[in-house]
Unconditional design. Structure first.
Length: 128
């Protein structure tokens, strides 16, 4: 059963402005799950780190839209990282001690595309 669909379009200058005000690393700490932060730290160029953050921002916004109002997760409850058997990133929602039972966490299907100054993210949340 489909729980919801979320879409987000992010204009990169928006993230660039946030980074200018808050700093790249503090913004990463605010929105990234610890596993994502490990991947972020391994990127060797600030431009790649910025793109990494922008993709996660857009995908997490879309995921939030797909699961609310039934669930109200935090930024860090979502991870978007390469899967174990594939390099294709997989979107997952973690309970992180917020009282979510494992059976309430939806299966998430995600697609993200970035071109030029835009990142587009689409998420379908499915209740098993």
């Amino acid at each position: 059963m489909i729980l919801g669909v979320g879409v987000d379009i992010l204009h990169l200058p928006r993230i660039e402005a946030l980074v200018a005000r808050r700093g790249l690393v503090p913004l990463a700490r605010r929105i990234l799950h610890p596993e994502e932060h490990d991947a972020f730290d391994k990127l060797d160029q600030p431009s790649r780190q910025l793109r990494f953050l922008a993709v996660r921002w857009a995908i997490k916004e879309a995921a939030y839209k797909a699961v609310q109002p039934q669930l109200q997760p935090t930024w860090k409850q979502f991870t978007f990282l390469p899967g174990k058997d594939t390099r294709k990133p997989v979107l997952m929602m973690m309970s992180q001690g917020r009282g979510l039972q494992e059976n309430l966490i939806p299966k998430l299907h995600a697609s993200v595309s970035h071109d030029g100054d835009y990142v587009n993210a689409y998420v379908i949340a499915e209740r098993g």
